[in-house]
Design a protein around this ligand. Structure first.
Ligand code: NAP
Length: 247
């Protein structure tokens, strides 16, 4: 489905990002595995090795997406190495949950910097390449960006911002054959949700119509669809992958 495509997946050493990168590689894309500087180099190499062992092609590139110049280098290293860029998956994200009365300025700023500014940084630099040849941009938002959530004012604001950003850029790029869409996962089994108390996991599960957390593969399948030609007439769309949670 993605033969000869070149894709960057930000934050792809673990969780949803890794699953997207592995699935893209399985479907023929050359994939850039992005990791942050703090000690993740070995893990990035392992993901590259895993992809190459299955006959795929991958390159590991270190960049903190919240940093404008590092995001620029991520795009330029990709184009230098693979000669083009067809798909950008803005997946990197963090949480720093706290009730608003106790939330620090740093906790607010850092979540916005990674989750929202990071999407701007990578999209802005990728657009220089993609607007010449077309492409697909996929932004990872969250159902929390639609519904809000107690203790996640910073995270929900960043993800709601990603939705507005997605729709605006989709309108700007539509005539240039660059599609811009977002995926809004519900609760997915990754390190991000692993730290939740069992009581919270139980109460969340009971509020999901399908009565289970999703898997990273469930989200990766949506990213495969949006990255491929199967979604060639879809732009500005937000696809929920949430077991019916935010209907
Ligand atoms: P995760 O397991 O915590 O993985 C997050 C990834 O993002 C890691 O690879 C991390 O790198 C990377 N990252 C963090 N800050 C970065 C930065 N500044 N620059 C580059 N990479 C950075 O999270 P996940 O559950 O897979 O979530 C992936 C995306 O889906 C996020 O945007 C998240 O908000 C969204 N999402 C997740 C859920 C869920 O239930 N899991 C639900 C809705 C939305 P390191 O390994 O170096 O830290």
């Amino acid at each position: 489905m993605l033969a000869d495509k070149v894709a960057i997946v930000t934050g792809s050493v673990r969780g949803i990002g890794k699953e997207v990168a592995m699935l893209y590689a399985k479907h023929g894309a050359k994939v850039v595995i992005n990791y942050t500087s703090h000690g993740r180099g070995q893990e990035a190499k392992k993901v590259v090795d895993e992809i190459e062992a299955s006959g795929g092609t991958a390159l590991a590139v270190c960049a903190d997406v919240s940093q404008f110049e590092e995001a620029k280098a991520l795009i330029s290293k990709t184009v230098e190495h693979f000669g083009k860029l067809d798909i950008l998956v803005n997946n990197a994200g963090i949480t720093k949950d706290m009730l608003i009365l106790r939330m620090t300025e740093e906790e607010f700023d850092r979540v916005i910097a990674v989750n929202l500014k990071g999407v701007f940084n990578c999209t802005k630099h990728a657009s220089r390449v993609m607007l010449k040849a077309g492409g697909s941009i996929i932004n990872m938002t969250s159902v929390v960006g639609i519904t809000g959530n107690v203790g996640q004012a910073n995270y929900a604001a960043s993800k709601a911002g990603v939705i507005g950003f997605t729709k605006s850029v989709a309108r700007e790029f539509a005539q240039k054959n660059v599609r811009v869409n977002a995926i809004a996962p519900g609760f997915i089994v990754t390190d991000m949700t692993d730290s939740l108390a069992d009581s919270i996991k139980e109460s969340v599960t009971s509020s999901i119509p399908m009565k289970r957390f999703g898997s990273a593969k469930d989200v990766a399948n949506a990213a495969l669809f949006l990255g491929s030609e199967l979604s060639s007439y879809i732009t500005g769309e937000i696809i929920k992958v949430d077991g019916g949670m935010a209907m």
